[in-house]
Design a protein around this ligand. Sequence first.
Ligand SMILES: CSCCC(=O)C(=O)COP(=O)(O)O
Ligand SMILES: [Zn+2]
Length: 208
Amino acid sequence: MTTGQLSLTQKWDELAAIKDELAERDWFPGTSGNLSIKVSTDPLTFLVTASGKDKRKRTSEDFLLVGKDSQPVQTTPLKPSAETVLHQRIYEQTDAGCSLHIHTVDNNLISDLYGDKGEIVFRNQELIKAFQIWEEDGALTVPIVENYADLTKLADAVANRIHPGIYGVLIRNHGITAWGRNGFEAKKHLEAFEFLFSYQLKKELLAR
Ligand SMILES: CSCCC(=O)C(=O)COP(=O)(O)O
Ligand SMILES: [Zn+2]
């Protein structure tokens, strides 16, 4: 086995373990969601989930390796996730090593309730420290974009909202894509986002 193959196997196993953990949380309803992990930077290659699979199951066909143009690097019967181009743009614009996309009731509700504002901002929440925000008056912004059917347009909309300090973008009535420098950090960010969304929804319900 070459060093390249070893690294690919390690990345595969890392992404498979993350997929299992997110599945445990029931974060892949109806085959939704897609995950990726960067394998090389120059040229850009990353493992991404195959499209339309039940992401709760672990199989040898869960992921495939794609390149900069979101196309498979080798001939394969597998189709990359329909949303692979979003992962590609995130790797191109950030130092992300892993990108995670899930649909939950909480992230969909937040994306719709705050969609007209174009963002939701969290303050006075201990969990924003998961994003390295340590100041007492610190704030975490999560941009919200419309759910364009044209995936290139959607990827452009997401890419346009990526700036320093942004670690995830909500897609209205669709889901969230969150990233981090590696699998651990991407999952930490995703879990923190979902906690904050759930808190906000419960707070708003209690206030009614
Ligand atoms: C059934 S969910 C609709 C597609 C989607 O939004 C998604 O996250 C899953 O698409 P994929 O091609 O990655 O399976
Ligand atoms: Zn999706």
